[in-house]
Design a protein around this ligand. Structure first.
Ligand code: BT5
Length: 247
C-alpha cells in the first residue's frame, strides 16, 4: 500500500478530523491531509478535549483507505505512533516512549496524542487518522503541566512545525506500507514501548479498573495484562496508568 500525501492548510478549524471526515464523505482520495494553525474544538478519544491553541501545536489529519482486514485496524494507531516517533527523532533528535494505545511520551509526559476514527464513506470504509503534537508549552493548559510536554520544552530549542510535518509525512508513508504485515508493526511497536511488557499498570475503561503487569500485545493490538490471579486479560480499549511498585 503506497501513501501519497497531499496537504490542505487552514488557519482555523473546529477539528482537522471533522473537516477531513467531511471531505472523505465527498469521496476524497487516500492521502488527503489537513493541517490547521489552531483547532477550536480539537478532540481526543471519548469526546475529550484536545487543547489546540494557535501556533502551539501541529494539528494534522490524514485520510486512509486501508486494504487490510478490519480486525487489524487498531494497528493503524500503532503504525501512526511509530511514524511520529521516527519523525520526532529525525526532525528534533527526541527519543520517545509509546504508551498503549495512543500516546507518545517524552520524560513520561505526553507530547503527542493520536485519534484514529473509522467512518463509512461512499467509496467504502475509511480511517481519519488525527495526530496532535505539542510544539510549545502553550499547547496545553497549566493544569496539564505535570502530564504533558512539548518539543520546545523537551529539546530546549524552537520547534519547527514544517520540518516536523515533512518528516511525519515521509515516516507515515514508510510505515503505512508495512500495515499488511501486522507482526512487523507489533514487533516494532513493542521494541519502542516501555509499556509493552513487564510494566505494572492500572487500566481503566471508564467503568472498571484493573491492575496488572503488561505481557505484550496481540496481533490485533490488544494489550495483554497479567493479573494477580495469574490470568491474562485482553484489553481493547481504555486508559493505562503506570503504577510505581512499592517494593
Ligand atoms: C488523544 O486522546 O490523545 C488524541 C488526541 C488527538 C488530537 C488530534 S489533533 C488533530 C486531530 N483533530 C482532532 O480533533 N483531534 C486530532 P486521549 O487519549 O483521549 O487524550 C485526551 C486527554 O489528553 C485530555 O482529556 C487531556 O487530559 C489531555 N490533553 C488535552 N490536550 C492535550 C495536549 N495538547 N497535550 C497533552 N495532553 C492533552
Amino acid at each position: 500500500m503506497t501513501l501519497k500525501p497531499k496537504v490542505l492548510r487552514f488557519e482555523s478549524l473546529p477539528s482537522t478530523n471533522t473537516e477531513l471526515a467531511r471531505l472523505a464523505s465527498e469521496g476524497a482520495a487516500e492521502g488527503l491531509a489537513v493541517v490547521a494553525d489552531e483547532q477550536t474544538a480539537g478532540r481526543g478519544r471519548l469526546q475529550r478535549e484536545w487543547s489546540s491553541p494557535k501556533g502551539a501545536g501541529l494539528y494534522f489529519s490524514i485520510l486512509l483507505r486501508p486494504k487490510i482486514p478490519t480486525e487489524h485496524w487498531p494497528l493503524i494507531t500503532f503504525m501512526a505512533a511509530l511514524a511520529v516517533s521516527d519523525a520526532l527523532t529525525e526532525a528534533t533528535g527526541l527519543q520517545t516512549d509509546i504508551k498503549w494505545p495512543n500516546d507518545l511520551l517524552v520524560n513520561e509526559r505526553k507530547i503527542c496524542g493520536i485519534l484514529a476514527e473509522a467512518i463509512e464513506t461512499h467509496p467504502g470504509r475509511a480511517v481519519i487518522l488525527g495526530i496532535g503534537i505539542n510544539l510549545t508549552q502553550n499547547a496545553f493548559p497549566p493544569e496539564l503541566a505535570n502530564v504533558a510536554t512539548s518539543v520546545s520544552a523537551a529539546t530546549g530549542a524552537r520547534a519547527e512545525r514544517e520540518t516536523i510535518l515533512a518528516a511525519l509525512l515521509s515516516a507515515l508513508s514508510r510505515w503505512y506500507a508495512l500495515l499488511s504485515e501486522p507482526e512487523k508493526i507489533v514487533a516494532a511497536w513493542c521494541s519502542r514501548s516501555s509499556y509493552a511488557d513487564g510494566k505494572l499498570v492500572q487500566v481503566s475503561n471508564g467503568d472498571e479498573v484493573w491492575q496488572g503487569t503488561t505481557r505484550g500485545v496481540e496481533r490485533d493490538g490488544a494489550l495483554r495484562l497479567g493479573t494477580a490471579s495469574g490470568e491474562i486479560r485482553l484489553v481493547r480499549a481504555g486508559d493505562v496508568y503506570s503504577v510505581r511498585s512499592s517494593s
